[in-house]
Design a protein around this ligand. Structure first.
Ligand code: UDP
Ligand code: MG
Length: 315
């Protein structure tokens, strides 16, 4: 029998968990019919409520339920990484504890994966119903910006909930960088991916753990992890300042020699300041380009990811 591991990151989810268990139990027999055994891996991200106690009680009674518990709250990214590292299934999926990724969808994702031979099937919400307007607005702007400045495509509305084959998980785990932005890492590894679209579902119980500020910081994290364009901004400004100083100097010369305007020291000083700042910014920009390369090297991301290979042709 093949195995599917469902990873559930949990942070203070005592209200959602009692609703999550029955929802997952519903799909277990369906998977059994398809020859797939489900195991659940809960990652307790340093919850301060009864979350761990609830999970432990369930794990005692049911062999297919496993858990990891962090010493403190390390954040969802750390929980995802820990989950992926410990999941041993042939298939792995992530799911939120608040039922925003309905477990029934896992079944749908699995069927699509098997029928159409995909390596990854993800959920993508096409509406942001129930979300604060300002949050949706900034989320859209963020996706537009990051897709413009990063080579890795970030799909707007993509949930972390995605069913992946073993090879995909192994490829993701090759990236052991500390500052993790999973949406980017999932895209980075590539593979044949299909998106199932659905309407946003609101959290069943409890509160979102993401304040606007936390999301903002996370967005910056995403940009820094997947783009070095901000580092090249200095070089652009440097060139702009130099160009401006040359232009103004030309105007200065024309005024002085052709129109015989009186010598204006303040104008010349302004030009000089622009010129010197331009040179400085340009030099900082050049150092930044090296820094960007060093930054990418330190991440030690794989240079390529192989999807298939012909074993017999390897000498
Ligand atoms: N979560 C986590 N650590 C955190 C914050 C959240 O493990 O520091 C989990 C949380 O328990 C839930 C999932 O990540 O299962 C998604 O969190 P949430 O519903 O708060 O985010 P939203 O759906 O609002 O983006
Ligand atoms: Mg949620």
């Amino acid at each position: 029998m093949r195995k599917l591991t469902i990873i559930v990151p949990c942070y203070n989810e005592e209200e959602s968990l009692p609703l999550l268990f029955p929802a997952i139990l519903e799909i277990v027999p369906e998977f059994e019919k398809r020859g797939v055994e489900i195991s659940l891996l809960f990652v307790d991200d340093g919850s301060t409520d009864q979350t761990l106690k609830i999970i432990k009680e369930k794990a005692k009674k049911d062999e297919s339920i496993h858990y990891l518990s962090f010493s403190r709250n390390f954040g969802k990214e750390a929980a995802i990484y820990a989950g992926l590292t410990h999941a041993k299934g042939d298939y792995v999926t992530l799911i939120d504890a608040d039922l925003q990724d309905p477990p029934q969808k896992i079944l749908e994702m699995y069927d699509v994966m098997e029928k159409e031979n995909y390596d990854v099937v993800g959920l993508r919400r096409v509406t942001r119903k129930g979300e604060p307007v300002i949050r949706s607005f900034f989320a859209r702007r963020f996706y537009r910006l990051i897709n413009r400045i990063s080579k890795v495509e970030m799909v707007s509305g993509a949930r972390d909930c995605r069913l992946m084959k073993r090879e995909v998980v192994d490829a993701i785990l090759q990236m052991d960088e500390y500052n993790r932005y999973s949406k980017g890492l999932f895209s980075f590894v590539g593979f044949k991916t299909k998106w199932l679209e659905y309407e946003n579902v609101e959290r069943v119980a409890g509160q979102t753990k993401w304040s606007f500020w936390k999301l903002f910081v996370y967005a910056i994290e995403g940009i820094i992890a997947f783009s070095t364009v901000p580092l090249s901004l200095a070089i652009c400004f440097g060139i702009l300042f130099l160009f401006l100083s040359f232009l103004l100097f030309l105007i200065f010369l024309i005024q002085y020699f052709i129109f015989h305007v009186a010598f204006q020291l303040w104008f010349l000083i302004t030009i000089l300041i622009l010129f010197v700042s331009g040179i400085q910014l340009f030099c900082i920009g050049i150092s930044s380009l090296y820094l960007a390369k060093t930054y990418l090297e330190t991440k030690k991301r794989p240079v390529y990811v192989i999807r298939e290979k012909d074993e017999t042709s390897i000498l």
